[in-house]
Design a protein around this ligand. Sequence first.
Ligand code: BG6
Length: 496
Amino acid sequence: MSQLPLHLVILGASGDLTARKLVPSLFRLWVKKRLPDQLKVVGVSRTALGIEGFRARMADAVKQFAAKEWSENAWNEFAQRIFYAQGDAAADGGLENLKAFLAQSEGPSGIGNRLFYFSVMPELYAPILARLDAAGLTTGAPVSGESPWRRIVIEKPFGKDLESARILNKAISHYLREDQIYRIDHYLAKETVQNVMVFRFANTLFEPLWNHNYIDHVQITVAESVTVGNRGDYYDRAGVLRDMFQNHLLQILAVTAMEAPARYTADLLRNEKVKALDAVTVFDDAKARKYLATGQYRGYSGEKGVVNGSRTPTYAALRLQIDNWRWRGVPFYLRSGKGLKSRASEILIQFRCPPHLMFPLPQGTELQCNRLAICIQPQEGIHLNFQTKVPDQEKMVLDPVDMEFSYKKAFSGLSIPESYERLLLDALLGDASLFMRSDEIERSWAVMDPFIRASENPELAMPETYEVGSVGPTSADNLIKESGHEWIGLYADRTS
Ligand code: BG6
């Protein structure tokens, strides 16, 4: 790691993300002694705070959001690395304070590495980048990977459809090379999502079965119990398809469906994900309508910031297909929603049934064929469900049981870190494996656009209302039933 001065500049430092995620994650990394020694964090925003004001605000945030790691002493040391340069990064002359700070901090050589974190509204990404470029703050990076480097981290949403994402990619690429751009999808940074790759590619057992010969279908669920809260204004323009599917659910699908990269490097990994996404059929509008069910929780249109009578879906279920050798004929069902019964994310692999069953089953019952549940959160783990003989019965009786791996039990003493810890550290270290490349983002929009058009078509029915705390709209059940399947209850619900 280079010993040059290193600055993490947070643009939009007075916002919620900085207080809730970024600075608490940096603090945790610092407590774990994982941050480069020379790192300085510089907050930039319009609010008149001053260094001490910003530090005090961040101290409150860390006390609240990294409560477990908080200690006055640790904070006092860490706070010495935090600075503030007031300014409107999108306005004329708004970066003067930052420029002066960096000039002073990087010393007479003026050479240092810089990571700019865009924690601002998406419409400001391109204008702020133009200002940074004009101020010479993002220029001066010689060749990929070499010091001094300049990188930017961009939050989602990245565009609102394929066209806008293309325009944004083009605007950004005017100033920076692809290897300098780190687009966030925090789902990829979840330990359990990365573990899908380890599970598949560091074990011999499952990969030979991981295809259409043995897998009947796949269900991917990301259920949230929270409602839109105070994000109504953003959410009503996004809806669940943009907010969750285009990014998080398709990323989960990609790591579930992709081929094994030759090595675990950013580009090889992303090449494989893009290939998997490329094989997902982009449906025409009629097919997308057929394969989509939407819902809206009761009371949504009364939420702050939501347009009265809004047709924005807060729940969606859809069916996708992957047209390649491995997955031909295996439906992928995806569902996600807010205001649901529980918070649980899960990948469910339903294997095919054995070709012949020699054991008699009680009348009217069916064999529950092998299932693999990869629980992403909150009960992180993996469960393999298989048939066993129930002991000491008059006749042969079969019953499905679980072979269980639980993160908490297997790694007691280690906790699952916040995704932003991984992402911030990787961006500082220059590992883009868990960040989105432009082609991935664009392909994901291409897949989702027909569904989004269907959900926004005013001539089609409104999303079905479902109760807060329920399992979602019945149209989602009908969607999967029409294909001869049914939703398999979430592991979190089955065991609670
Ligand atoms: C965000 C969405 O990307 O992910 C939110 O904008 C959603 O609407 C959140 O609540 C879910 O993330 P997690 O990590 O809590 O599952």
